[in-house]
Design a binder for this molecule. Structure first.
Ligand code: CS2
Length: 490
């Protein structure tokens, strides 16, 4: 029987895999990460691993899952170790990441996680809890006090359930202990992610203890970030394939593209690793980076995910190999880029070429349905913000409107080939309810435009927007996604 990857097995790994060269026993916990999914393991954890490798042993990461115990069961039996598999075409690089110092499961023992976050050596709390984990209204960015878990946190902050709840509880404990706050670094693709988590935390703290809210306002740091690396979900085949090469089973492995980028607003409440020497950009202006990434990379990702998945393309590289989809992505970028204010150091044509090459990476097997998930939380920042700005400037939105219409079509839960699927989205029940018994296309579009959580009123009420999205939706029904994409570019 093949054994699991572990500290004891490190020495026996084949030489094709790089492994931690630092003394893991001496590594402290300087970071608590909420939401230890694949993205964290392939992105921020690698930077902290680099910090450890550079000799600063403070930056080990205690992971936390706020929902299930799955990741804990993958990583704890492996002493926190896992392999990062970087793939591009035929090339592959393997590296064992040693920064993980174990995983706690929030719902099993919330107080233990709060206590861990309140330890004096913890200076940073990073989060990847996905858009919906912030419990914010996607259209307004306000904390959703009507959310049952937010209400539970307010009723008993000693046993929190939500990400903002854990942060509030831990900051409260730190204040009581006379410690500084930790720096909260949101690593999710939310617009103004730092501002949003800060607002959510302060709003919750204010209801619990106004003086705590004031302390967080004055002493806390919630830098805005832009984070980028394409990290498809690991499959059972990936794990089996790696086991053949390493002769150990690694249940925690993650796969990613070579590209990685992290831009962080230079605002910290306490200590931090020497980020610039680790390839992380510190800047005063993250927003231009963030908008470029959200509207070009993520905007095209979402649009192509819906169009591709509707027309039966399972992976992103297959979808962008279809000439009509490829041309459509370029047209979408032509529209989106007029709304950007590119930061110094970002050349848009070069960035677009690089993005297309990244989308075409056939070794990643990035599923369109993975990206299609949670669209209600993604649409506003990826497609709608750009559309609103273009309309305000009197410009057309043909390509952006097709992306929005494709999301709407996806809400029907049937592909063009007639396959019925479950819409994986926190608003799925609401959208289904709105679509119930509505048969004609324009009425379906209208029904979804009424979702105020997704469409800001100004946009929903803008006739030009409604017309463009309805035309695109009708074209999808009549022509199918590939032809609709071709027509949108003409
Ligand atoms: C993707 C992102 O699943 C999705 O919605 O668009 O996860 C994307 O791969 C990353 O943001 C790339 O940095």
């Amino acid at each position: 029987m093949i054994e699991r990857l572990s500290e004891a097995r490190l020495g026996a790994l084949p030489s094709i895999v790089a492994r931690p060269a630092y003394d893991r026993a001496a590594v402290g916990i300087g970071v608590v990460h909420l939401g230890v999914g694949a993205f964290h393991r392939a992105h921020q954890a690698v930077v902290f691993d680099d910090a450890l490798a550079a000799g600063d042993l403070r930056w080990g990461v205690l992971g936390a899952s706020l929902r299930s115990s799955g990741v804990r069961d993958q990583l704890n039996p492996q002493d926190g170790l896992y392999t990062l598999v970087v793939r591009d075409g035929a090339e592959e690089h393997l590296r064992v990441i040693g920064a993980g110092r174990g995983v706690l499961v929030g719902p099993e023992d919330p107080a233990a996680l709060v206590a861990a976050m309140a330890r004096p050596d913890v200076h940073i709390v990073t989060l990847t809890v996905t858009e919906k984990g912030y419990r914010l209204d996607p259209a307004t960015g306000d904390l959703r006090f009507d959310d049952a878990d937010v209400a539970a946190d307010l009723a008993d902050i000693d046993a929190p359930r939500t990400a903002p709840g854990f942060i509030v509880a831990a900051l409260r404990a730190r204040k009581a202990a006379g410690l500084k706050p930790f720096t909260v670094i949101s690593c999710d693709n939310l617009p103004h992610n730092g501002k949003r988590i800060r607002a959510g935390v302060i709003a919750m703290a204010r209801r619990i203890d106004p003086s705590l809210a004031h302390w967080i306002e004055v002493e806390g740091a919630f830098p805005q970030t832009m984070i980028d690396r394409i990290v498809p979900a690991t499959t059972a085949d990936d794990i089996a394939g790696l086991a053949v090469r390493l002769d150990v089973i690694d249940q925690g492995m993650v796969k990613a593209e070579p590209f990685t980028q992290w831009v962080i607003e230079d605002w910290f409440a306490g200590e931090r690793p020497d980020f610039p020497s680790l390839g992380v950009q510190l800047t005063d202006a993250v927003e231009p980076w963030e908008n470029a990434k959200l509207r070009l990379l993520n905007g095209a990702h979402s649009a192509i995910a819906y169009l591709g998945a509707l027309s039966g393309y399972e992976h992103v590289h297959e979808a962008v190999a279809v000439p009509a989809f490829r041309a459509y992505v370029e047209a979408l970028w032509d529209e989106a880029q007029t709304t950007l204010n590119p930061p110094q150091g970002l050349d848009i044509p070069t960035y677009r070429d690089a993005l297309m090459a990244r989308f075409s990476n056939a070794a990643l097997m990035h599923r369109t349905r993975q990206i299609a998930m949670d669209g209600s939380q993604k649409l506003p920042q990826r497609l709608l913000a750009g559309a609103a700005e273009r309309l305000a400037a009197g410009q057309g939105i043909k390509a952006l409107a097709l992306g929005v219409a494709a999301w709407m079509k996806w809400q029907s839960g049937v592909t063009e080939g007639g396959e019925v699927f479950i819409v994986d989205d926190p608003l799925a029940a609401k959208t289904a309810e709105r679509l119930e018994g509505v048969d004609d296309d324009p009425s379906r579009v209208l029904a979804l435009l009424g979702l105020s959580e997704v469409f800001p009123t100004r946009l929903a009420d803008d006739n030009r927007f409604a017309v463009a999205v309805t035309d695109a939706y009708l074209s999808l029904s009549r022509n199918g996604a590939v032809e609709a994409a071709r027509l949108a570019v003409e």
